[in-house]
Design a protein around this ligand. Structure first.
Ligand code: FPP
Length: 253
């Protein structure tokens, strides 16, 4: 492992769940005088790199914001090309995920995706569901506000059916209706390309996440860049509303 890929030795300092807002494909292509789709194509390569880099660095779950609910508003050609790339990616990765024991999960309104993509997602998630060491989560047709609205609707239906009781309305109870039910919250959220927005990504789940922004454009995002983000994370103190002294009582004396 190269010097720049070094991560903390203490596994408790490694984020269990990393979530990435992959941004900058278009700018990467523009800088090279290439069509935007070429940036997305190289972005898929960076997805492959990040998938294995995260696992090598000790991360247990990686969530990638691959297509937002708002991305449908892009030009028709670009949306079509992104769906084509997604289909190609899933066709190629099914075997690889099975071989490498990568569990694939999804979050988002999967039913709104093209039927071919839905079929591939169903097959890949089913065939990899028993792997437990490492999980790749693709956020597809995902928006946090839509997720909350969908969860509220499902929760209201459960209340009406009597499977939930109004008096039990806690976060723990409600969060079972989010797309992320059963998944740990992200510890670290990374956004590439220098933008410092959250863009409707995991708004509830990232309540206590650490954020890391890098100017690197997504197609250039390497294992060393991920290691740098993790190293930065490991130097932070997560207080969850408490004080430093409460977290390190011995050191404070
Ligand atoms: C943002 O770049 C990128 C996206 C629209 C989502 C990420 C998509 C990929 C990495 C390719 C498809 C993914 C899979 C898993 C097959 P942008 O176009 O907004 O860049 P810009 O801000 O520079 O224009």
């Amino acid at each position: 492992m190269s010097q720049e890929c070094q991560v903390p030795q203490d596994p408790s300092q490694t984020p269990r769940h990393v979530a990435i807002i992959m941004d900058g494909n278009g700018r990467w292509a523009k800088q090279r005088g290439l069509p935007r789709i070429e940036g997305h194509r190289r972005g898929v390569e960076a997805v492959r790199t990040a998938t294995y880099a995260a696992r090598d660095l000790g991360v247990k779950m990686l969530t990638l914001y691959a297509f937002s609910a708002e991305n449908w508003n892009r030009p028709k050609d670009e949306v079509g090309a992104l769906m084509g790339l997604l289909e190609l990616y899933l066709k190629k990765e099914l075997e690889t995920f099975v071989r490498d024991k990568v569990r694939l999960q999804t979050i988002g309104r999967i039913e709104g995706l093209p039927s071919g993509v839905q079929r591939l997602l169903a097959a890949t998630t089913a065939e990899t569901r028993h792997f437990t060491d490492y999980t790749l989560v693709l956020a597809l047709n995902y928006g946090a506000r839509t997720e909350v609205a969908d969860a509220a609707r499902a929760y209201a239906a459960a209340l009406a059916a009597g499977t939930e009781k109004p008096g039990d309305a806690t976060w723990e109870c409600f969060s079972k209706y989010l797309y992320t039910a059963g998944m740990p919250d992200p510890d670290l959220v990374i956004r590439t390309s220098g933008e410092t927005r959250v863009s409707n990504f995991l708004l509830m789940q990232a309540a206590y996440a650490e954020f890391y922004f890098t100017p690197v454009l997504w197609p250039d995002f390497s294992k060393a860049d991920l290691a740098a983000a993790i190293a930065d994370f490991s130097r932070r103190e997560r207080r969850y509303g408490m004080t430093s002294e409460q977290l390190k009582p011995a050191a404070a004396k």
